[in-house]
Design a protein around this ligand. Structure first.
Ligand code: ZN
Length: 413
């Protein structure tokens, strides 16, 4: 979807504000001769920005307002060292809560619901975003934060929580515990709002079935407000993205070329009204596509399809580009195998070749040796790689309260 006149005006205003602020990006734009934008062609010439820029500008180099207007910071660390800091004004915090409340509404959640919030509070944007949106909606927040499964289940029963907010891994852990303890009849959950990361259909079906709930994917990242910039509608055809706050493009992650609607690539986001830390053409490294056409629900917000992975999760084995999602898809086809897995890549010096090792979980009822063999064969025929496969019992691999790291590359260790 091409950038609209209205969105262009907002971006133009953002660039002028950035340049006046003298922040990190004002230097970038001055050097590039960018003083504003009036056509889609001009917009597409604005250089991309990346997490690396935010690290360079650490701690507050991207702040575009005077100190007295900043009311809060958040931070994201990611998997590689130095954190980034994002300053928020009162309006940014407000806008974020409005968007988040809109997410709950789209999921059919009302002020009568009781929302149990398990993502972490603090520097990370997750917990506090779920909380602010809940309060804006007028629902009852049950601010648990992560961990302490015993207490989570107790509160879920005592408070009769109707909505659970969690990562997919933690929702899975709770579903497994509820199943194991036979608590399903004691809980009142109707809906799950799950922080969007790549997760398999198998995992989705298991959680939905075990908890007897409808699941919604909520999208967002700390650099752009946090979670809450888009969510599935009940029709479940992709996540509606709030184009009055952000503009979304899909690019080829290698060439940087903007791709037409429908084609899969990397999500690039421009904030339209953010004050504290405006970002223009920020590369998220999340992979998805824009679903062409209107949603059957009648909402006109554009839609992003399910996140299929991250462009920086891509790994090369024998010169072939691969994504964890490809392995995940194969595991989903094998009977008795859970949705949790881990991929280790190493180099065999003696044979001078890369080795890929997959660790997957399976239910006790299946033969581990046969299951490993089947996965091996499917990888060979589908991906043209022959991994070493280890099968372990259910619940052996760690369940994460944040995004789960799947790929461990030991080459060069
Ligand atoms: Zn819809």
């Amino acid at each position: 979807m091409r950038i609209s006149e209205k969105q262009l005006e907002l971006v133009d205003r953002q660039i002028k504000r950035i340049n006046e602020s003298g922040n990190y990006y004002s230097e970038v734009y001055k050097k590039a001769g960018i003083s504003g934008v009036s056509t889609p062609e001009e917009f597409e010439k604005i250089p991309f920005t990346d997490k690396a820029d935010l690290r360079n500008a650490y701690p507050l180099g991207i702040q575009a307002v005077p100190d007295e207007e900043v009311v809060r910071i958040h931070s994201s660390s990611g998997t590689t060292g130095k954190p980034v800091i994002i300053p928020y004004t009162a309006k940014d915090v407000d806008d974020w809560a409005d968007m988040f409340a809109r997410c709950y509404e789209i999921a059919g959640i009302t002020n009568k619901d009781r929302i149990q919030i398990t993502p972490g509070y603090g520097l990370w944007t997750a917990g506090i975003g779920f909380q602010a949106g809940c309060e804006r909606l007028g629902a009852m927040a049950i601010p648990m934060g992560p961990g302490n499964t015993e207490k989570q289940l107790q509160m879920m029963i005592d408070m009769q929580s109707t909505v659970i907010c969690a990562t997919s891994s933690y929702a899975l852990l709770l579903a497994e515990e509820i199943n194991k303890r036979g608590l399903k009849d004691k809980i009142a959950l109707k809906k799950g709002v799950i922080g969007s990361e790549r997760w398999s259909e198998a995992k989705r079906k298991y959680i939905a079935r075990e908890l007897g709930i409808e699941l919604y994917d909520i999208y967002g990242l700390t650099e752009i407000y946090g979670p809450g910039i888009g969510i599935n509608c009940p029709n479940q055809h992709g996540m509606h993205i709030f184009d009055d706050y952000i503009y979304t493009e899909i690019i080829d992650p290698v060439t940087g070329k903007v791709l037409p609607d429908g084609e899969e690539g990397e999500i690039v986001i421009t904030t339209l009204v953010k004050e504290g830390a405006p970002l223009i053409r920020f590369r998220t490294h999340d992979l998805s596509r824009i679903i062409p056409g209107e949603c059957t629900c009648g909402r006109s917000y554009p839609r992003l399809d399910t996140i299929t992975g991250r462009s920086d999760d891509m790994f090369k084995v024998h010169g072939v580009n691969m994504f964890p999602s490809q392995i995940e898809e194969i595991l989903g086809k094998v009977d008795g195998v859970s949705s949790e897995y881990k991929i280790d890549i190493a180099h065999d010096e003696a044979k001078n070749k890369d080795i890929i090792m997959i660790t997957a979980e399976a239910e006790g009822r299946v033969d581990f040796v046969k299951t490993a063999d089947e996965i091996k064969k499917l990888c060979k025929s589908g991906l043209n790689v022959t991994p070493n496969v280890t099968i372990v019992s259910l619940n052996t691999l760690p369940r994460s309260e944040k995004k789960t790291q799947r790929v461990f590359d030991h080459r060069g260790d």
